[in-house]
Design a binder for this molecule. Structure first.
Ligand SMILES: Nc1ncnc2c1ncn2[C@@H]1O[C@H](COP(=O)(O)OP(=O)(O)OP(=O)(O)O)[C@@H](O)[C@H]1O
Ligand SMILES: O=P(O)(O)OC[C@H]1O[C@](O)(CO)[C@@H](O)[C@@H]1O
Ligand SMILES: [Mg+2]
Length: 535
């Protein structure tokens, strides 16, 4: 392989000095105001790309390794090779050169494109079992599967690597500097995967990089597993940069969590599958209510701040939904081709209907009609207005004006009920693999990465690739067309809107062909008013 751009360490630190700093108590903490600024501003020591080129347009977007700034770290044989459970496995370890392709659909002459380092156990490790002091933290909103990831990190470290020192940080990032740690053992985490939420607690806001890294240093933590969404991964990225700047032997590992499935590059996030399954119960209830009333309407709000994946997949899975509204697809209420006209038509045709709306849909419309000023949560995320309530009221108001058109509308908001359930079987297995991939990476000395499947294979992905943009439903992809086909709803878009979106999406596809969805932009069907139709 030919190196095309391995960036230098952001801040040069002499090797001898690095060795001295290995788990030494800190001496000069950064001013926390500077760290607080770094938390929200683009990182001062922004991680440079570590790119390796190969034949036929092959590029490896590699992740940092402790030896990037501590080149003389000793290695040890991987204890996994003596583990009886693995004795039947012919190939214990992944090949050090194995990589995972980001682009799965290729043409004869297309360049091989971007690859990520394959996750998995390595022959040599950079930590001895009794040297490891691992910490686990969960940040951001709840998501089914958090406890499973915690459990499998603890059990994996104990059972596969003989590690016996694992602590939990309580209450998210701020817990690093404001709370005591909790000891985690295979016994203490044995049953936690059967519960929703996180046994460690979580929070928004409160990320103070300097204080967090001080805490790592003071507690002698040399592996930190950070489970959370896009905001959390940005926080993990600046923690990694500070750890590296201080020359600490501490692996910083991100495990992506978001019920919204809004994290880019990865196939899907854990808890998403469970959320889609759980949403079926609410949709079913809405359908039963709607069917049993005269002109019955069931409105179900599902989570999805900026990305409508839960609404889209729950709609497709159910087949009882007449209209799915997501943040990526604008809609309007009044007039020809508007939502209210469609509701009226569907009620006349079927006598009932179910509307699924993602919580981030129609926010501009609501803000306009309410003269609303933006507010934010502690992490800086925009607080949303309740689109379900607003929409229900608008529909009721519309039909109140009509004579001889009584409706019965039931609004169901199952959002927090869905988020709080335990993970389903499929997510449990997924969480197990994520946790194992994460700890194999840390033991092998990798740092500053997020672990996740890309095209079905677990990979180590640099933080910047995860945080540079969000995963969104591409409404010019065939998957959204499938939704429109199943609901038979109008697309509420003009031809011009679709063309503009297609152009943006083409550019995006050209840059990163990443989505789980199957690719090429759909053609606009002639019989739909600008709709993205099926082939
Ligand atoms: N740019 C950033 N730099 C440093 N820390 C950040 C940044 N953005 C968010 N954080 C921190 O990450 C934590 C979680 O962020 P946030 O509340 O946005 O949730 P999230 O991880 O995106 O998860 P989700 O949105 O799925 O609930 C918070 O403690 C927040 O302070
Ligand atoms: O937990 P909070 O602060 O109410 O935030 C809710 C948000 O968190 C998410 O569940 C993402 O984790 C979004 O779907 C939702 O908008
Ligand atoms: Mg987020």
């Amino acid at each position: 392989m030919e190196s095309v751009g391995v960036a230098p360490a952001p801040v040069a630190v002499a090797v001898a000095e690095q060795k001295m700093k290995l788990l030494e108590p800190r001496k000069e903490p950064l001013a926390s105001s500077a760290a607080a600024a770094a938390a929200k501003a683009p990182c001062k020591w922004a991680m440079k790309k570590k790119l390796v080129g190969g034949d036929a347009g092959y590029v490896l977007e590699d992740v940092p390794h402790l030896t990037d700034y501590m080149p003389e770290l000793p290695t040890y044989p991987n204890p996994l090779q003596d583990n009886p459970a693995y004795s039947v496995v012919k190939q214990y370890f992944v090949n050090t050169d194995d990589t995972v392709t980001q682009k799965i659909v290729v043409r004869k002459n297309s360049a091989r494109g971007t690859h990520f380092r394959r996750a998995g156990p390595r022959q040599r490790v950079y930590f001895q079992p009794d040297e490891v002091n691992a910490a686990i933290v969960t940040c951001g909103g709840l998501c089914p599967g958090l406890n499973t990831v915690i459990r499998e990190l603890v059990c994996g470290l104990y059972d596969m690597y003989g590690v016996t020192s694992v602590v939990g940080i309580e209450g998210g990032y701020k817990g690093f500097y404001s709370r005591n740690t909790v000891t985690l053992t295979p016994k203490s985490v044995n049953d936690i995967h059967k519960r929703g939420g996180t046994i460690l607690g979580t929070s928004r806001g409160g990320h103070d990089t300097a204080k967090i890294v001080d805490s790592l240093q003071d507690r002698g933590i040399n592996q930190v597993y950070i489970i959370g969404g896009d905001g959390t991964q940005q926080g993990a990225s600046v923690i990694y940069e500070e750890v590296r700047r201080r020359g600490l032997k501490c692996a910083v590992v991100g495990v992506p969590k978001t019920i919204d499935n809004d994290i880019a590059v990865i196939d899907k996030s854990f808890g998403f599958d469970t959320a889609v399954e759980e949403a079926q119960r609410a949709i079913n209830a809405a359908h039963v209510e709607a069917e049993s009333a005269e002109n019955g309407i069931g409105v179900v709000k599902l989570m999805g701040r900026n990305s409508g994946f839960i609404a889209m997949y729950a709609t497709l899975a159910s087949r009882d939904v007449d209209c799915c509204l997501i943040p990526e697809s604008p809609f309007y209420l009044e007039g020809k081709g508007g939502l209210l006209e469609f509701v009226e038509r569907r009620l006349k045709d079927s006598g009932h209907m179910v509307i699924v709306v993602a919580e981030g849909a129609g926010q501009d419309l609501i803000a306009q009609s309410m003269n609303f000023v933006d507010t934010q949560d502690a992490s800086g995320n925009k607080l949303l207005l309740d689109v379900g309530l607003w929409l229900s009221q608008k529909i009721k108001d519309h039909f109140k004006k009509k004579t001889n058109f009584p409706i019965t509308l039931k609004y169901i908001d199952p959002t927090y009920m869905i988020r709080a359930v335990r993970s389903n079987a499929s997510d449990n297995v997924y969480c197990t693999l994520l946790a194992h991939s994460a700890l194999h990476g840390a033991m092998a000395g990798y740092s500053g990465f997020t672990v996740a499947p890309v095209n079905g294979r677990h990979a180590y992905i640099p933080f910047y690739r995860i945080t540079e943009k969000q995963n969104k439903v591409v409404i010019t992809d065939r998957m959204w067309a499938r939704v429109l086909c199943s609901t038979n709803q109008p697309c509420f878009l003009s031809h011009e809107d679709v063309e503009n979106m297609k152009h943006d999406d083409d550019e995006r596809h050209h840059l990163h062909n990443t989505q789980l969805l199957d690719g090429s932009p759909a053609k606009c069907s002639p019989n739909c008013n600008g709709s993205a139709g099926a082939e």
